[in-house]
Design a protein around this ligand. Sequence first.
Ligand code: 5RP
Length: 350
Amino acid sequence: MDWGKQNRMARILRPENGRGVWLAVDHGYFLGPTRKLEEPRKTIEPLLPYCEALFVTRGVLRTSVDPNTSTPIVLRVSGGSSVVGKDLADEGVTTSIREAIRLNATAVGLSIFVGSEYESQTLKNLANLVNEAEEFGLPVLAVTAVGKELEKRDARFLSLSCRIAAELGATVVKTYHCEGFEKVVAGCPVPIVIAGGPKMETELQVFEITYNAVQNGASGVDMGRNIWQNDSPLGMIKGIRAIVHENATTKQALEIYNSVKSGKLLPTGSETLWDLIQKQLKGFGFQLRQTKYGPISVFYDDKRILRIWLRKRFVSVKTDVPVKTGWTAIQDEKEMTKILDPVLKRLAKS
Ligand code: 5RP
């Protein structure tokens, strides 16, 4: 793979595990102002720090995404049909590669509609897009769309669609999870990310498909409605991140979800203090670090600001805990709970 393309891929699928959590917010291109995406900026902003990439059209990118973001953009470049029109499959390429480069997109994405009246048209869209994108080292995401025919999402159909997408040159394929998903992965020589589809009834269902997909070889998710149509989008994305990046179980993801949603610390059970805090922070993308000060080091300064040393940065919170200036190793669970509570509340809001 060319250096540029490889480098772009490394930005959207983490090189250390080949996985990524992408946030799909492209729905307006055929659904209009769909529920909870009426004002895209409001939906996107709080979730942006928690995804490896944002899947978005140029219109929403320009109007609703902070250009100072460091989150890579996978630009949706197909469209031309709507949910009330004759056929959703009748798509063309709507955005040029020149425009994608102008927008500093890391990759471009379009839908293919295998088995539809517009199969050939959309497959040729993909092939032509790959021809153009390859010239500039831009990866191409192919979405194996089913339009309104959700029942099409079985292993036979998705294997066929994913394989065709890869054969035509897609760098990554976005598809659905299904029974026998491992067969879909086995037949597709490029990485697969999964969509969530329409909002499911429970959070657990979403965590289950994510877990099963990843366990069966998916490289992550490119998910939309099941994150931002939830009552706690932050809880969802953090639970999903734990599954994708930390190999968390569905139960752990649900615990993260519930703790983010309620802003409370998890019940302790029989876990060690270290395990408990690791788990709490996992969903926030942080990890505690062993230091010479003890298993968990916290720092109070004279302004009663608590700092916990985390891998990526200090988290500071104002606390009412009686302070002792300097580094302290916290060993006691009760004390840590008291300290972590405001930290988690703050992180849940951030
Ligand atoms: C339809 C799409 C959607 O626009 C979207 O990206 C899907 O995300 P989700 O199903 O998770 O809401 O690609 O084919």
